[in-house]
Design a protein around this ligand. Sequence first.
Ligand SMILES: [Zn+2]
Length: 147
Amino acid sequence: MDFVTIRSFQNYFTAHILLGRFRDSGIECFLKDEFTVTVDPILSNAIGGIKLIVKKEDAEEANLLLQQFDEAFRQNAVCPKCGSKTIELVPKQTTANIATAILTWLFGSYAISAKNVYKCGSCGYESENLTENFQNEGVEFEEENLN
Ligand SMILES: [Zn+2]
């Protein structure tokens, strides 16, 4: 059976929220390197963080859930630089986009997920990693509000 990493986390709590969310939706999943990251946060950078793993056939549904989660988070996200709440998901403007475009063309929708970046509408701060690099003031982070 094939497994794929849906997302990596530096943050134990975000990883667990998503783990619970996925399981509630009937997606089999588990966390890899959780113990290592929790014990030694410095080492977590070296091994790439806590990885959320799902079966390959569940990857598409898992990615949809991930998008819903991100969207709920984004609506209440706060820029870590200026405190603005106008965080938008925009296409990333780098040369990496060309490579991604080719991959997308070759392999279909599979390569699409990493192309966008979250950008602050006030100061221009941007990050691909919404849930780790942006703060969140709201209760949307809690599970019941994601439905
Ligand atoms: Zn900002």
